[in-house]
Design a protein around this ligand. Sequence first.
Ligand code: UD1
Length: 418
Amino acid sequence: MDKLRIQGGRALHGSVAIAGAKNAALPQLAATLLSPHPVELANLPDVSDVANMLTLLEQYGARIVRTDRDAIIDAGPARPAETGYDTVRRMRATVLVLGPLLARFGEARVSLPGGCAIGARPVDMHVSALSALGADVRVEGGFIHARAPKGLRGNRLVLPSPSVGATETAIMAATAAAGETEILNAAREPEVIDLAASLGAMGAVIEGAGTHRILINGPASWRPAAHRIMPDRIEAGTYAIAAAITGGQIELSGARLEHMASVVQALELAGARVWPGDRGLVVSGDGALRGTDVTTEPYPGFPTDLQAQFMALMTQADGASMIRETIFESRFMHVPELVRLGANIRLQGRTAVVRGGARLHGAQVMATDLRASVSLVLAGLIAEGETVLNRVYHLDRGYEQLDLKLRRCGAQIERAAQ
Ligand code: UD1
């Protein structure tokens, strides 16, 4: 297992090519199981979650031709085999194959998902969405077993809260259901819009993605398709914070301002400057940082996937800030580790109170989730001396060549075998 060694204290300057979005790629890969025709997905990020999802599709019998960042997935020969726990336990997103398999084959049995250790992360909304479309779904013995021998029927679904994954499961299953499906209180994340665009290219008829009300008219007439995955707004936000925390300047090549309004607003309130460049966004952190409160919310609010990184930034601000997590109940694993580096953070339920201006000192740290891990890297970039981050595989799940991209901007960061 690799680890990262970081020597802190360098301002980062340079340009980072933002990869395709992991959280857009995963559902779109799962969606290829719906169609008997090949789907070409371009701009796939080179991260292990995507590699795992491709392996899973192969286990179902899909044929995959991969060239660099593109893949042609032909799920024509796919069959609903039972998947090994091993592939599925690695990431929660494998639950996304349930809807497509059920929709296409009338039956699916998928192991309950694993993934980041950020709270209970139940699948009840996925289950009730599929039930509302006419499936008989049971969760037993660590598996989710869904059956719809007579096919799925369109229906009106009201999600209790706008879960991204449950919205995606509902959309994918509804594309193959007969008649109209209406999803109310749908998630509005750009990744949901990108999934709808990809499914649209494949032959599905979907309206309203990006709003709270999505309409799907099924069943789709599938056809061969090609789609380019949107840029990763969370990766872009992470490098934006890297620029701000080190007092440097980074161009986020390919990033889209329209996906990042709440993040840009928080960065500007904190004292960073952000402006559109020729190839994306430029973020500069050459002034003093101010304590800025953020609350994580469903899109277009501040993303939970940038909460840990923003907290690392706030350890360096003048004054205090309150960071409230409303999406996941226990997404604060980075707090004790940031404190080990010298941060002054106190937890009060779902709120972290960060007193800024702390001098961080390098230490051995470790995290059990992807975004928590990267927040420790950001802290390491400004800590005095050496920070050693163990368990780098969490980072590799979702950040493409993180150490290389940071090194190219002037960071002193090396990967070493444990
Ligand atoms: C996706 C993202 C993840 C991000 C999250 C919130 C992917 C692959 N992952 O995860 O990076 O942090 O959105 O933006 O896209 N919930 C239930 N029952 C369910 C489903 C969810 O109670 O059936 C709860 C979850 O425990 C959580 C909240 O709803 O508290 C939001 O989860 P959800 O939006 O579904 O997140 P994911 O799709 O898992």
